[in-house]
Design a protein around this ligand. Structure first.
Ligand code: SAM
Length: 341
């Protein structure tokens, strides 16, 4: 039987970017099928520890089975990474040597018949990473105004035909399934435009909206800095320009001492750099990787390291933890030997 799997993207490059070392402590904010996590655990052995987070309970189950051999070194949490700081605080898991975000959705989710992420399978329009979220893609499609839908499809899908698509959606409502939606979009803009299916950008837009992906990424990146020990690595793999822009701007801003608007006669922001960029340009997959795993073609990996020496832990302990939206922990007798570094 063919076991469904997710092929980790830029695997070797990720391990190198994280500068994984024996005995190191790492957070994988997007555990997925556990592919990156397994490589991090291999490389950090002996003594490595990994806190794995995923909003999707199915992903946690799959990763738990895959990482069974490391059960004494992992802690898996079914949570949203928007709560990164609170999760690490709760499990006394900081400072860490590296934090990884491998954004978006896994092939396991994309290829799953019932989740509604893909127009390749007919399924209810769901698209939630976690069943605990209230709003589904069907809710957005069937209750938003035409103007709101057009805006959402334009901004989150970077779709040039957003108005035509929104008009057709509103005319054809109620739309309950992925195929109904894909067909409505085909009727709006024709069946083929270039290499991608005409529904691709609208599906991306809906997924981003349902899961608040961009807001959660921005919030989590800010929290990540304070969890890193000195020299700790922040590594982010993104798959579309909206995500990559957020990551790039964030890393650039946090690697500058002053972020006052250009032309300000004297610094008034008092901002100090907390990161140093490791690569000025994003790392992208080799042609060989893209051929083996076409899903990797849009991937961009960016890395920065923590540079200042302020006491991150003190900062964390004083911080007011944000509310936990939902917590489920699977795991282990991890973290008996906590070390500060
Ligand atoms: C591209 S996959 C990660 C694949 C993984 N690196 C591997 O090697 O198998 C992205 C995963 O992140 C999860 N995810 C996306 N956004 C999330 C969020 N805000 N909080 C927690 N998990 C999230 C998804 O559910 C999905 O399982």
């Amino acid at each position: 039987m063919l076991v469904p799997t997710h092929v980790p993207v830029l695997l070797q490059e990720t391990v190198e970017a994280l500068a994984v070392q024996a005995g190191g402590r790492y957070v994988d904010c997007t555990l997925g099928g556990g592919g990156h996590a397994a490589a991090i655990l291999d490389q950090s052995s002996p003594g490595g520890q990994l806190l794995g987070i995923d909003a999707d309970p199915e992903a946690i189950k799959i990763a738990k089975a895959r990482l069974d051999a490391y059960s004494g070194s992992i802690l898996l949490v079914n949570e949203n990474f928007v709560n990164l700081q609170a999760i690490c605080l709760k499990h006394d898991f900081s400072p860490v040597h590296g934090i990884l975000f491998d954004l978006g959705l896994s092939s396991l989710q994309l290829n799953s018949n019932g989740r509604g992420f893909s127009f390749q399978h007919d399924a209810p329009l769901d698209m939630r990473f976690s069943p605990s979220q209230e709003v589904t893609a069907a809710d957005i499609i069937n209750t938003s105004s035409e103007a709101k839908l057009a805006r959402l499809i334009k901004i989150y899908g970077e779709e040039g035909y957003s108005h035509q698509i929104a008009r057709h959606i509103v005319q054809e409502r109620p739309i309950r399934t992925t195929l109904q939606l894909a067909q409505a979009i085909e009727r709006a803009v024709g069946t083929r435009r270039g290499r991608i299916h005409p529904a691709t950008r609208t599906f991306q837009a809906l997924r981003i909206a349902v899961n608040h992906e961009l807001e959660h990424l921005e919030a989590a990146l800010k929290q990540a800095i304070n969890l890193l020990g000195f020299d700790g690595r922040l590594v982010v793999i993104s798959y579309h320009s909206l995500e990559d822009r957020i990551v790039k701007q964030f890393m650039h801003q946090e690697s500058r001492d002053c972020i006052c608007p250009p032309g300000t006669p004297a610094c008034i922001c008092q901002h100090t750099a907390s990161l140093q960029l490791i690569n000025k340009k994003a790392i992208t997959p080799s042609p060989a990787e893209v051929q083996l795993n076409p899903r990797s073609r849009s991937a961009k990996l960016r890395t920065a390291k923590r540079i200042d020496t302020q006491d991150n832990l003190a900062w964390l302990k004083n911080a007011f933890p944000p509310p936990m939206v939902k917590a489920g922990v699977m795991g282990s007798n991890l973290l008996k030997n906590r070390r500060a570094f």
